[in-house]
Ligand binder design. Structure first.
Ligand code: BGC
Length: 415
């Protein structure tokens, strides 16, 4: 089973999750406040890029996605740290010299502490969009000689729901209960507008650039008969709405796929939009009978270390569906699993890549696949889930050799 010749085989990471020592990010104190395991030195990548590059080469990758940490580049409002910026430039240059295409993400969940002090309402305040544009412009000016592929936001909806919906990220609001008041009409459009402004800025500075975002897409299913409308609403809210708002301002459609969720009509009025997504996180926060009572559902699929169901068969059809709906070349910017898992990484990769391959045969224009993640990293509160092809001390994890073979040959070896 082979993939197109020019296919990109990559891995993705994010600054806060691997660099370590990002003490100017709003997340740094947030970790303390939440009582999370501390990110500390994470995977130490701020000091170890050359080691990371060795791994990227050992895996035979021809693309690598990393993010630029806003709080490093702009540690105080308006003050740019040239050294920090230069370090990112050098990473992208070294990648390019090895024939590895750098994809640079400008916002991956982490924001400077000063930003939220200055704007306690965060993205509800339009000023934040201006601040982001300013930061992004400085990054693009510096990196554009060596980078042409840009991801503005990683998973804008996952971020907004986490930060403004259920107190997972700073500023830590609980706004989903009245999502129709501010969340849907103000918060989401503010971030979509920021994307569009950055999209235009990049094309002004670098006309040949390719710009998109990474949208988290789950396969959504109604939990029970009668839940079809709830499922459709959740799918619109989490996935389609943002993509619709930025229509015309994406050169590629970046998708992150991990699992499926069941959605049911909520039986409690405080549930967002009257729907209950059956996330593992929610399930864990309540006893199983309460989860069932609220309409949650699970099937007997194997689970990963995140307790997410492994559903490769839904992946290809979903990619085809999004490609048809948005008519842009697709890049899978994240897909992967956390150990300890009930399937091996090789099984996970085989399942998802063959499903993706079928979508390509059926007409989906897919340009590349980025595995999450290059290294075990800080999974927003804990190091326990291990997503890496390599460990934090740079030893290959189970399945790394398999992915290296796939990337070298552009095909799935016979099982
Ligand atoms: C995020 C990553 C995260 C991964 C696994 C994605 O939603 O972009 O930051 O580590 O999922 O949870």
């Amino acid at each position: 089973m082979s993939f197109p010749k020019s296919f990109l085989w990559g891995a993705s990471t994010s600054a806060y999750q691997i660099e370590g020592g990002n003490d100017r990010s709003a997340l740094w104190d947030w970790e303390k406040k939440k009582g999370w395991e501390r990110s500390g030195q994470a995977a130490g990548s701020w000091e170890k890029f050359d080691e990371d590059l060795k791994i990227i080469k050992a895996l035979n990758l021809n693309a690598y996605r990393f993010s630029v940490e806003w709080s490093r580049v702009e540690p105080e409002p308006g003050r740019i740290d040239q050294n920090a910026l230069e370090r990112y430039v050098s990473w992208a240059r070294k990648l390019g010299q090895e024939g590895i295409r750098p994809f640079v993400c400008l916002h991956h969940f982490s924001e400077p502490a000063w930003l939220l002090k200055e704007n306690p309402r965060g993205w509800l305040d339009e000023n934040v969009s201006g601040r982001f544009l300013h930061f992004a412009t400085r990054v693009v000016r510096a990196l554009s000689p060596v980078v042409s592929d840009w991801v503005t936001f990683n998973e804008p909806m996952v971020f907004l729901v986490g930060a403004y919906g259920y107190h997972q990220f700073p500023p830590g609001r609980w706004m989903l209960t009245d999502a129709r008041k501010e969340f849907i009409p103000i918060l989401v459009p503010n971030m979509a507008t920021a994307h569009k402004r950055v999209y235009r800025m990049i094309h002004d500075l670098q006309p040949h650039a390719r710009v998109g975002l990474a949208q988290n897409v789950a396969a959504v299913e109604p939990a029970h008969k009668g839940d079809e409308e709830a499922a459709r609403l959740w799918d619109w809210f989490m996935h389609r709405n943002f993509l619709d708002l930025v229509k015309g301002s994406q050169d590629f459609l970046g998708l992150n796929y991990y699992t499926r969720i069941f959605v049911s009509k909520s039986k409690v009025p405080w549930m967002p939009l009257g729907t209950l997504p059956g996330y593992a996180e929610l399930e864990k926060g309540m006893t199983r009978p309460v989860f069932r009572l609220l309409g949650g559902r699970r099937d007997g699929k194997p689970r990963t270390g995140m307790d997410w169901e492994v559903v490769p068969e839904a992946f290809g059809p979903l990619v085809l569906d999004y490609h048809k709906a948005y008519k842009k070349p697709v890049l899978i910017l994240e897909n992967g699993m956390a150990e300890p898992s009930q399937v091996t990484r090789e099984e996970y990769l085989r399942g998802h890549l063959s499903s993706l391959n079928k979508a390509i045969e059926a007409g989906a224009e897919v340009r590349g696949y980025f595995h999450w993640s290059l290294l075990d990293n800080y999974e927003w509160g804990s190091f326990r889930p291990r997503f890496g092809l390599y460990t934090r001390d740079r030893r290959p994890a189970d399945g790394a050799d398999f992915y290296a073979k796939v990337a070298a040959n552009g095909e799935l070896p016979h099982g």
